[in-house]
Design a binder for this molecule. Structure first.
Ligand SMILES: [Zn+2]
Length: 194
C-alpha cells in the first residue's frame, strides 16, 4: 500500500466539476441533460445532473490505481485520457447525447486529475506521474507544490488526519471560489440559451 498521494479525492472531484462546467460554457446544443427549462430546474439539474456527477467521479478515478500498486503510471497519462474520451464518445453516441460536448467534458474532467497531481507536492520518489504513457515512462511534476500531499495510511490517527484536513482545506480554498465563479457564469449562460 502506498502511504501518500497528491490532492485528495475531494479536491480532484471539485476540479473535475470545474473543468466540466468550463467545457460546458462553450456555446452549442446542450441536449436533454439540463431539461427543457434549465432555469426552472432543480439545483441538481442546473448543475448538469448525472453528467456532472460522472465528471466528478472521472476526476477522482485515476487514483483507483492505488489498489494496483502501480500508482501514477498508466491511469495518470494522456493515454488514459484518450481511452476515456473514446468511451465517452461511444456512450454519448449510443445515448443520443451531443458527442463532442460529452466527450470534451469527460476527457477534461479526467485530465484535470493529471493537472492537479502535476501541480501538487510529492515527496516520495519516483516523484510525479507518467504523463506521456504509453509513449514514455518518464515521471513529470511541476515542482510548484500548489496542492499539499495527503496521507493514505492510518488516516484516522492524529498525524495523518491533521495532514489531510489541512490539505482538504487548502483545496477548498482554491477550488470553491473557482466553482462559485463558474456557477455564476453557467447559470447566466443557461438563462440566455439552452
Ligand atoms: Zn492521482
Amino acid at each position: 500500500m502506498i502511504a501518500a498521494s497528491m490532492p485528495s479525492p475531494i479536491g480532484h472531484a471539485l476540479a473535475g466539476v470545474a473543468v466540466a462546467w468550463t467545457a460546458d460554457l462553450i456555446p452549442g446544443h446542450r441536449a436533454r441533460r439540463t431539461g427543457p427549462e434549465p432555469c426552472a430546474g432543480s439545483w441538481y439539474q442546473r448543475g448538469g445532473g448525472h453528467l456532472t456527477v460522472v465528471c466528478a467521479a472521472l476526476a477522482a478515478a485515476p487514483d483507483l490505481d492505488l489498489a494496483l500498486m502501480a500508482h501514477r503510471t498508466a491511469t495518470h497519462s494522456i493515454g488514459a485520457v484518450l481511452i476515456v474520451a473514446l468511451c465517452a464518445a461511444a456512450l454519448a453516441a449510443a445515448g443520443r447525447q451531443p458527442i463532442a460536448r460529452v466527450t470534451l467534458m469527460c476527457a477534461a474532467a479526467y485530465g484535470s486529475h493529471l493537472l492537479l497531481d502535476w501541480l501538487g507536492a510529492d515527496y516520495y520518489p519516483p516523484r510525479g506521474l507518467q504523463l506521456l504513457w504509453p509513449f514514455s515512462r518518464e515521471w513529470y511534476i511541476s515542482g510548484l507544490d500548489l496542492f499539499r500531499q495527503t496521507a493514505r495510511l492510518r488516516i484516522f490517527t492524529r498525524g495523518p488526519m491533521r495532514t489531510n484536513v489541512r490539505a482538504i482545506l487548502q483545496e477548498l480554498a482554491i477550488l470553491v471560489p473557482v466553482l462559485a465563479l463558474l456557477w455564476t457564469a453557467r447559470t447566466e449562460k443557461l438563462r440566455i440559451k439552452n
